[in-house]
Design a protein around this ligand. Sequence first.
Ligand SMILES: Cc1cc2nc3c(=O)[nH]c(=O)nc-3n(C[C@H](O)[C@H](O)[C@H](O)COP(=O)(O)OP(=O)(O)OC[C@H]3O[C@@H](n4cnc5c(N)ncnc54)[C@H](O)[C@@H]3O)c2cc1C
Length: 472
Amino acid sequence: MAQEYDLVILGGGTGGYVAAIRASQAGLKTALVEKGNLGGTCLHKGCIPSKALLRSAEVFATAKKSEEFGVITKDVSVNFAKVQERKSKIVDQLHKGVQHLMKQGKIDVYEGLGRILGPSIFSPTAGTISVELNSGEENEMLIPKNVIIATGSRPRTLPGLEIGGNVMTSDEALSMEEIPKSIIIVGGGVIGIEWASMLSDFGADVTVLEFADRIIPTEDKDISKEMQRLMKKRGVNIVTNAKVLPETLAQGEGVTISAEVKGKQKEFKAEKILVSVGRQANTEGIGLENTDIQVEKGHIVVNENLQTKESHIYAIGDVIGGLQLAHVASHEGIHAVEHISNENPSPIDYDLVSKCIYSSPEAASVGITEDQAKEQGHKVKIGKFSFRAIGKALVFGESDGFVKIVADEETDDILGVHMIGPHVTDMISEAGLAKVLDATPWEIGHTIHPHPTLSEAIGEAALAVDGKAIHG
Ligand SMILES: Cc1cc2nc3c(=O)[nH]c(=O)nc-3n(C[C@H](O)[C@H](O)[C@H](O)COP(=O)(O)OP(=O)(O)OC[C@H]3O[C@@H](n4cnc5c(N)ncnc54)[C@H](O)[C@@H]3O)c2cc1C
């Protein structure tokens, strides 16, 4: 059967389903094609399940040190089956929510694998979508005026470090039935560090092998350094400058693998290995060869309005690379739909995107790092304020970390805000808004932050930019 639409979206992850809702609000007749579960990676294999596990780990870690708070608990232990059950319940609830939103928006959802066809009897231009339905019924043909490709990404692996046995990626790790006694995490990026934090809180012996000279290498150097210090303090073994040698992998009861560390070969042993070396865009098997769409370095190439070489076919989210984050994917989805609806959206400023790490301690940032600012020729001034001088942090029992603001000495522009410490992922939006509004450190400093709150650290760091912090 052939159906006509204003817009067909390929992939119902965060990018795709948010685009569908915005399209329905704009009055576009919209279809969404999803081969797996609505909500995609973020809801089923990413943000939400990982944060549910992190929260259980945090509760366990807090319960173990409850005596510090004068609360006596005995024999605290983890029932990991319950931890997983809680995670699944949260995912199910949100999954139902997305399904409801699709119904509410009168969005036609096709459950199956979508592929883009070239010019055909259905349309003189590429873009008709053939859907191989999961139900096994006859293929559907969707004839859209516009298409959004939002097929997302999957975990990347290292050649020779194939998944199976005791080797896993975050996909497999999320459904582990037991907490491993020990684990080697290959890759100290955001996902690797979140797993290191969680598994260490659950009691596993964790080793992180990172190729670069520091963990979370895309963050400001001071944040990496503090994260490394605090992870080590909690017993996580962090090895930087480590080139993992996949050919040395041996599996038996557990696993052993070697890495070249500063010119010397070292062997590491553990029960499991988690490979966390980035994500690979899903560009294969979706019919790109039937179009003029370009793929470079594994990602679909788009212009500032997220249009591919076929101007009526857009691409958003992880499949176009860049910042592979859920809120970026959804924002891009909204942008693409607004462009299709001739609403003239302003180009997305990726410099304004907040990035968060939900480990313990948390880290969050917006804008550029101190090093990037210097490389770009800025004369910088820095304001830094420690959580140690923040009453609420002491009340929480979590006073490690700081807020760092990088500003331009000549223009007073805020170039970047970098935070590590308690609940900073919930606090970064103040800095995000300040950047959107082009606020100066003076304006943040003169925003009256309520006392006692963790957010006082942002106000103080802003005052510290000009040497005027009160408690520092
Ligand atoms: C462990 C982990 C933790 C993460 N934590 C965070 C976090 O805390 N915060 C954050 O912002 N981001 C996080 N991310 C990243 C986030 O999940 C992604 O950036 C986000 O899901 C990208 O959304 P998307 O719509 O581009 O793609 P996806 O969510 O990957 O969705 C793509 C969808 O397309 C479907 N699909 C693919 N091909 C086809 C086809 N041919 N036909 C039909 N359907 C198809 C897939 O089944 C999938 O459902 C995390 C990722 C991981 C792995």
